[in-house]
Design a binder for this molecule. Structure first.
Ligand code: ZN
Length: 186
């Protein structure tokens, strides 16, 4: 197992659409194991592959650190496709390991249906709601180059911009390994 450095806000790999995984492999399995370990040590509950610099379409989720989710199963979603979203748009404060020290309210639909391949590369589908649906949408956005801060508008956007610039330039102090000297979008 290895801890992987986490790529910061506006790293190029986090602004580009990821590529579909083409099949199971020992390398893929190793990446998944390392992503879970990296996420656990950094105190996260979701992590997309491009957050550790791999432009592949997959993310991992483990909600067990959250109150009320202690018995939940960790999830691996490879080549995920959200086929439907519905329900009320709910606001909730989100954070992100690539955007440290920022928490902002984002509105998202409360329910979704998703198809994906699991850690054994078996096809799966899932209907998710509430908190799990939110985390899936956040990670799914990463695979398409979107950060939760992209949803902010007006004053909230203006207030967060200086913080995002500091993260981009590596000036933010974080207690988990962040990738340095990464290529940023211009
Ligand atoms: Zn994130």
């Amino acid at each position: 197992m290895a801890l992987l450095p986490i790529y910061p806000y506006d790293a190029r790999v986090l602004r580009e659409e990821t590529r579909d995984v083409v099949g199971p492999s020992p390398v893929l399995t190793g990446l998944i194991v390392n992503m879970f370990e990296t996420m656990r040590v950094a105190g996260g509950i979701g992590l997309a592959a491009n957050q550790v610099g791999e432009g592949s379409s997959l993310f991992v989720i483990d909600l067990r650190p959250m109150e009320g989710f202690e018995e939940s199963s960790p999830l691996v979603m490879i080549n995920p496709v959200i086929t439907d979203m519905w329900g009320e748009e709910i606001g909730y404060e989100e954070g992100c390991l690539s955007v440290p020290n920022v928490r902002e309210e984002v509105f998202r639909p409360e329910k979704l249906h998703i198809r994906y391949r699991d850690a054994s590369y078996q096809e799966q589908e899932l209907e998710a709601d509430d908190f799990l649906a939110r985390v899936i949408q956040h990670e799914y956005d990463h695979l398409r180059g979107v950060f939760f801060t992209d949803y902010l508008r007006g004053l909230r956007k203006r207030l967060v911009m200086p913080v995002l610039k500091k993260i981009r330039s590596g000036e933010t102090e974080i207690d988990y390994p962040m990738a340095t000297d990464v290529e940023l979008v211009s």
